[in-house]
Design a protein. Structure first.
Length: 167
């Protein structure tokens, strides 16, 4: 029996039952009007709660939560940031690079050892992935690209005049 009482107290179910009983008594008393000459005495319960400490009912707590201006904040912290170095040999490896980007990891993609047409397809695929994730892609060398998700910010540029001399 004590466990049941503790659960009721924890979930404020007992107070809600008391509130329902009080409302029922009030409705009954309004329907049955006592004789004006005989004053009615109110019977106090054996255990009374202090008037200053009133626990809110379930409905009151739900209303308070719904109308609260304070949003629930959850702090999500990553242990460490990782930069993945990738040198794909076939187009199918582009999916692994995209998975790393989805997991909020920056990826350096070296396309120097792959056929030019395959490299263009990989960059097209990664560009779509990065666009969908809100990230960024930058060229950092000859056939070398830095792909970053939205949580990584890249500052600065590498000048292109060196690449013009090579081609």
């Amino acid at each position: 029996m004590k466990v049941k009482d503790k659960l009721k107290n924890f979930f404020y179910l007992e107070e809600e039952d008391d509130y329902v009983e009080e409302r029922r008594e009030q409705q009954e008393s309004t329907h049955q009007q006592p004789a004006p000459s005989v004053p009615r005495q109110q019977v106090k319960p054996a255990v009374s709660k202090p008037a200053a400490v009133k626990k809110p009912t379930v409905k009151e707590r739900q209303k308070h939560i719904e109308h609260s201006n304070v949003p629930n904040l959850v702090s999500i912290t990553q242990k460490t940031s990782k930069v993945i170095l990738s040198e794909p040999r076939v187009y199918a490896e582009a999916q692994d690079i995209a998975d790393n980007l989805k997991n909020k990891r920056a990826v350096v993609v070296n396309l120097q050892r792959i056929d030019r047409d395959q490299g263009i397809r990989i960059i097209d695929f990664l560009s779509g992935t990065i666009f969908a994730l809100g990230g960024d892609i930058k060229r950092i060398g000859t056939d070398i690209f830095l792909c970053t998700p939205d949580n990584v910010e890249v500052d600065g540029n590498i000048s292109d005049y060196y690449y013009e001399d090579i081609q």
